[in-house]
Design a protein around this ligand. Structure first.
Ligand SMILES: Cc1cc2nc3c(=O)[nH]c(=O)nc-3n(C[C@H](O)[C@H](O)[C@H](O)COP(=O)(O)O)c2cc1C
Length: 167
């Protein structure tokens, strides 16, 4: 698949709208609601069975996705700000809640994500933070950006979850 060329055009959705998708255990998209499809700019058939990184924006630090996957694979939920890339190169910010889904024996069978529209203040703060993390990743690698994030949380005396929900 040809990756869209990012352009500086933000698209938004309404406060009351919720973007929903489901994936299998490997992160392949198995379901997307109408708003998910609309915001992505793809047709439903183009999204289903594709890896969720079809929406990955190059401004996103790898550290955040590592944290996301580590957390949900350990059967916990995570909240994260994500900048997504749509088919025409536009971008949109979401505050995503990602949870594992379980079978009757408590085995993970897939993942579920529900996304809301973040506040302008949160986007402004997080986009600066992510730009810093990305720069660190380019210069010194992902471990260094994870360390930077952990030090920031330590300085502020908050957990990652507290941090995300209060920016
Ligand atoms: C339920 C679920 C939802 C996800 N939603 C997104 C998303 O909206 N945008 C995104 O870039 N990655 C999302 N991811 C993470 C991707 O699977 C992937 O890790 C990420 O795009 C980075 O790509 P990479 O792992 O190939 O580096 C999601 C993962 C899961 C399990």
């Amino acid at each position: 698949m040809v990756r869209p060329i990012p352009r500086n055009n933000e698209i938004t959705f309404n406060d009351h709208e919720i973007i929903v998708s489901k994936t299998d255990k490997k992160g392949k998209i198995t379901y997307g609601n109408e708003i998910f499809i609309r915001m992505s700019g793809y047709e439903e058939e183009e999204l289903l069975n594709q890896p969720h990184n079809i929406l990955r924006h190059p401004d996103m630090p790898r550290a955040i996705f590592k944290l996301l996957w580590d957390t949900v694979q350990s059967k916990e939920e995570i909240n994260a700000y994500v900048k997504n890339l749509s088919k025409d190169g536009s971008y949109y910010w979401v505050l995503a809640n990602v949870t594992p889904s379980f079978d009757q024996n408590d085995n993970i069978i897939g993942y579920f994500s529900v996304r809301r529209k973040p506040s302008k203040e949160a986007i402004s703060f997080i986009s600066d933070l992510y730009a810093t993390l990305l720069q660190i990743e380019k210069n010194r690698g992902m471990e260094a950006s994870i360390e930077y994030l952990n030090n920031l949380l330590k300085e502020k005396g908050v957990s990652y979850e507290e941090f995300i929900l209060t920016v």
